[in-house]
Ligand binder design. Structure first.
Ligand SMILES: CC(C)(COP(=O)(O)OP(=O)(O)OC[C@H]1O[C@@H](n2cnc3c(N)ncnc32)[C@H](O)[C@@H]1OP(=O)(O)O)[C@@H](O)C(=O)NCCC(=O)NCCS
Length: 176
């Protein structure tokens, strides 16, 4: 059984370990040096301070299998109803539905938080896992930015996908 719940500070070591793997070996993130424990904690605090979701998935044994969070697309305040999602799954647990469960829960929580647009900024147009995950969760393509990153000795695209939440732009957002 898979359990999705809000993250706690004590989850941070397992979260950091999952992210570290994807920084070192994957192209889904354009970071090249794994962030410190303090930096991972600060990023989580930033998400929570904006009343946005930061979730984890765990199995019956309490093993953390993945995490997902949303943050403003950009820090400037007019972006506060447009959030970018991030989803990372333990390498050995990929392809088993963990990412989909996390992203579905994140969509639900973002909508409840008043977010009107979710954006996926996907590293690498060859990232079939992330593109497939977002497509299966109702995101639609919003364009590809060619050769935006350089990692592992090759140019990497950014694939943009978007999903409208709630009433989208058909009504003004609700201020907190
Ligand atoms: C992207 C990622 C989060 C997906 O999580 P996951 O648990 O492996 O994905 P799921 O098993 O839940 O699959 C979700 C959907 O994506 C599809 N999918 C998953 N991996 C795929 C692949 N390699 N190729 C094509 N489709 C894929 C599945 O078929 C499924 O679609 P369905 O609902 O129509 O059956 C995970 O692979 C990962 O951590 N990747 C590296 C980090 C990364 O790129 N994160 C995204 C940053 S934007």
């Amino acid at each position: 059984m898979l359990n999705i719940r809000p993250s706690q500070a004590c989850d941070l070591p397992a979260i950091a370990a999952i992210y570290r793997h994807h920084v070192l070996y994957g192209t889904g993130t354009f970071e090249t040096d794994p962030p410190s424990a303090q930096e991972m904690a600060a990023r989580r605090e930033d998400v929570l301070s904006k009343e946005l979701p930061y979730l984890i998935a765990e199995d019956d044994a309490g093993r953390l299998l993945g995490f997902a969070y949303a943050n403003w697309f950009k820090p400037r305040p007019a972006y506060r109803f447009s959030a970018e999602d991030s989803v990372y799954v333990l390498d050995s647990a990929r392809g088993q539905g963990v990412g989909r469960r996390l992203l579905q829960a994140l969509v639900t929580d973002c909508e409840a938080a008043g977010v009107r647009k979710l954006l996926a900024v996907i590293g690498d147009s060859a990232n079939t896992g992330s593109i497939g995950l977002h497509r299966s969760t109702g995101f639609v393509p919003a364009g590809t930015l060619r050769s935006m990153g350089w990692k592992f000795g090759r140019w990497l695209d950014i694939v943009l996908m978007e999903k409208t939440l709630g009433t989208g732009d058909r009504s003004p957002p609700v201020e907190k």
